[in-house]
Ligand binder design. Sequence first.
Ligand code: GLN
Length: 548
Amino acid sequence: MMTENLNSKTKFIFITGGVVSSLGKGLASASLAAILQARGFKVRLRKLDPYLNVDPGTMNPCQHGEVFVTDDGTEADLDLGHYERFSGVACTRHDSVTSGKIYQQVLDKERRGDYLGATIQVIPHVTNEIKNFILSNLADEDFVLCEIGGTVGDIEGQPYLETIRQLAYELGRQRTMFIHLTLLPYIPTAGELKTKPTQHSVKQLQEYGIQPDILLCRSQVPIPQNEKRKIALFCNVREERVIAALDAQSIYHVPMAYSREGLDKEVCQYFGIEAPSANLDKWKQIAEVTENPEGEVRIAVVGKYQLQEAYKSLSEALVHGGIANRYKVKIQWTDAEDIEKNGAAAYLSDVNGILIPGGFGSRGTEGKIQAIRHAREQNIPCFGICYGMQMAVIETMRNVAGVQNAGSSEIDHTCEAVVGLMTEWDKDGRQEVRGSHTDLGGTMRLGAYPCVLADGSKAAAIYNSREISERHRHRYEVNLKYEALLRQSGMLITGKSPDGRLPEIVERQDHPWFIGVQFHPELKSKPFSPHPLFVAFVKAAIDNSRLL
Ligand code: GLN
């Protein structure tokens, strides 16, 4: 086992889920990390996803939600976004894995002959690879929280449960803890919370040799003590470790709620460590602002993915921008295809800001372009992100510069490709080269890249800096040969890669607030350090609301 370089103080908390999916395991893990941090501990969060995709980069966001991107260019599960936002600890490629990736590594080793003729099996070869992932690339963390994706009983999840069972045995129970998140359904006709699904879920875990130490029970209503006692008895867990995870007013209330229910106290007691009680002042402040906003602004997000999880970081970043301005941001989710059918004014006449998010493929693009035109002509603050920026450039080219067939080669090969396939760029001093036949998985311009801002630009004023670093995930870019024409049409390119070859930011001079960015600023926004672009955009929307 890979324990040679492991700091002996590091403890591992494994978080599994049962009964149903979508219980908020990611948020629960992030909240536990936040309260352990609030007691002064150093934490790290990791996600193990049992599905067979090598990463979520090629998955439709309508199925699995947003693809989160780390600084080092890993396309990862959206839970890593919760981890970063709640803990402030930047995730890396060492913090997200899937069965696809694990099997890829095992099969690469098999082809190289590394296994010296052995028969390759789930136990030990796959489980060892998972173990290496869990135990490697750690520093001096006090706690490593590993969330196992899916629900106990999923066929793909079995090797992970087997691995954490083995780890508990190898590292010892004094260094490992199992937390199981379940649901207590409330039956209104009986006026009762039901514990049976939790009992079954724990039985199933026990079949895999895992005895949970803490049960975190999601519930709509407070859990009566006698029900906690019953769960404790049936599930072999101490009564005080059956912890209620009640529906909260907002996600920012969750760390405080867990701490009130005794979660961090029980974790410390379990491991036999003394620590000062959790200082949750910063969470209290955030909760206070969200409970007492000075007003409300309405911002339309004109996208096409029906699932709101597909825009998770984006909606969070808007909320953060609201918190910084002490305002509530009301997001109006607007379908770009509806705009194509009924026109932009039908949906956007009473919004204070319009945001066009990232996206792929042709569906809905004309609706996004119409929304941008509406924002430009009506002086409504407009923020284009990635695809949204590309569409903003196309809109100016078509409707201001008069290039009627301006478009993107992602959508149309016969258009004037103002936006075209990026074929080469520099990454950390190395040249990356792509062609139109390259695999789709993991081949975009991914992760953090520096960007230089033009003196005197709105962007430089907002960032209060000349050089920034932002995360990217795109395959196409605005062609710089149109820069002069764009300038004549009122659109300036005010951010570029340091070598000047890639446009990163555009802004309109003749508009109260019109900015497009080729990167994804939403990925770096946190409640305690809201992203300056979102703070400024929400501020512009508030100013707009005062005009109406
Ligand atoms: N589809 C566009 C590209 O690949 C934009 C990507 C995005 O919005 N993330 O360049």
